[in-house]
Design a protein around this ligand. Structure first.
Ligand SMILES: Cc1ncc(COP(=O)(O)O)c(C=O)c1O
Length: 403
């Protein structure tokens, strides 16, 4: 890369083209981020539901900076003081006697979920996991197979066996897939990448009851819904569910890569020495970042704020619907909100960038908003104003074509 080459051109030259980045961002602070030309954006994407404390939160920066100068990494062959502290904090928010395995990402946390289910099932000769169509669980071979979307799987055959796909929010379709080989049901309470599709409360409880009746494990992928995003510590708590195990990542590190598989007492000791592992998972720096996230969420009462601000945003978006007939639905909970359009959402995403608002077009026709949990009333109102401006500009652009 020479000095004259733009960052985007360098991406085009040196990176495997799995992504086509839209903006080049160079600095962030709180709810805001700036591109290489100095343009400011309100960040309602938060690195895809990662930056729950926003950019460069002083408590997070201080924790990471301090830990970097003390101890960053010892591998998991040795202990350090922060891993058990973080695990304890997470289990205290779940159930006593639960235990944690730390990973580096959401996909790895889900791999651990899949492995724990298979290991537990091996005692009774069961291994099949039912997942949901339209779900998203990651890009490793096992997690892309768990993902109920063909487009994620195409070209990667042969895929691991032992997964089947039910229709989300259709309990009959789940029941129809249970066999004497079934060991677990894995789902997200709100399908985020799938277009912010909320699980019906009744459906989710029927799944839980089915798991109890048929001695199946209830596994929840809380990678996107967890860490306060739905206004509760874990997304499934907003629905009153109690899974046998669940996965976390994204918001857990607030921008530092860390994931976790949290196993209830029933599964807490299934994975024994030599059955699973990772070099980096839960290293001291990652744990310091995650502890700063947990402490700050508590200290700044961000769970309550998430509920209040998410509702304010949802209501304002819903109120915009009469002006913009191309918006057909506003859905979601807390700070996981989808605006459903009657047409592809990508061009509106680009319009939003022009107005200084970052969110993401998802599942074809949905704009997904997953801002930092620190958003205040003024941020919400500014985001609404910028979204309205983008919709107005887009509407004007669309009208000639519609005639
Ligand atoms: C629900 C869910 N599970 C798993 C993943 C995969 O996480 P990662 O990209 O950290 O591997 C994602 C990522 O978007 C997700 O939304």
């Amino acid at each position: 890369m020479n000095d004259k080459q733009s960052i985007k051109d360098a991406y085009g030259t040196y990176l495997v083209p799995t992504y086509a980045p839209a903006l080049t961002l160079v600095r962030g602070e709180g709810m805001h981020v700036w591109d290489e030309g100095g343009k400011e954006y309100l960040d309602f994407l938060a690195g895809i539901a990662v930056l729950c404390l926003g950019h460069a939160h002083p408590a997070w920066v201080e924790a990471v900076r301090e830990q970097a100068g003390v101890l960053t990494h010892v591998s998991n062959l040795h202990a350090h003081p922060l891993q058990a502290k973080l695990a304890r904090a997470l289990t205290e928010k779940f159930v006593p006697g639960s235990r944690v395995f730390f990973s580096n990402s959401g996909a790895e946390a889900n791999e651990a979920l899949i492995k724990v289910a298979r290991k537990w099932g091996s005692a009774s000769g069961r291994h099949e996991i039912i997942t949901m169509k339209n779900s998203f669980h990651g890009r490793t071979l096992a997690t892309l197979t768990a993902t109920g979307q063909e487009k994620v799987q195409t070209g990667f055959a042969p895929l691991p066996t032992g997964f089947s796909y039910a229709t989300f929010n259709d309990i009959a379709s789940v029941k129809a897939l249970v066999t004497d080989q079934t060991v677990a049901i894995l789902l997200e309470v709100i399908q985020a990448e799938g277009g912010v599709v909320p699980g019906d409360v009744e459906f989710l409880h029927e799944v839980e009851a089915l798991c109890h009746d048929r001695d199946l494990l209830l596994l929840i992928d809380d990678v996107q819904c967890g860490m306060g995003r739905l206004g509760t510590w874990f997304g499934f708590q907003a629905y009153g569910l109690r899974p046998d195990a669940f996965s976390l990542a994204k918001g857990l590190g607030g921008g530092f890569p860390i994931g976790a598989m949290v196993a209830s007492p029933k599964l807490a000791e299934v994975l024994q020495p030599g059955t699973h592992g990772t070099t980096y998972g839960g290293n001291a720096l990652a744990c310091a970042a995650a502890l700063a996230v947990l402490e700050t969420i508590e200290k700044e009462a961000l769970l309550n704020r998430t509920q209040a601000m998410g509702e304010r945003f949802r209501n304002a978006l819903t109120a915009m619907m009469p002006e913009f007939p191309f918006i057909t639905e506003v859905r979601g909970m807390g700070w996981l909100i989808g605006v459903v359009l009657d047409r592809p959402a990508k061009p509106l995403e680009a319009r939003m960038f022009q107005e200084g608002l970052i969110a993401v077009a998802t599942a074809g026709n949905v704009i997904r908003f997953v801002p930092p949990l620190i958003a205040e009333e003024a941020d919400v109102d500014e985001a609404v104003a910028r979204f309205r401006a983008a919709c107005r500009a887009w509407k004007t652009e669309q009208e000639p074509m519609e005639k």
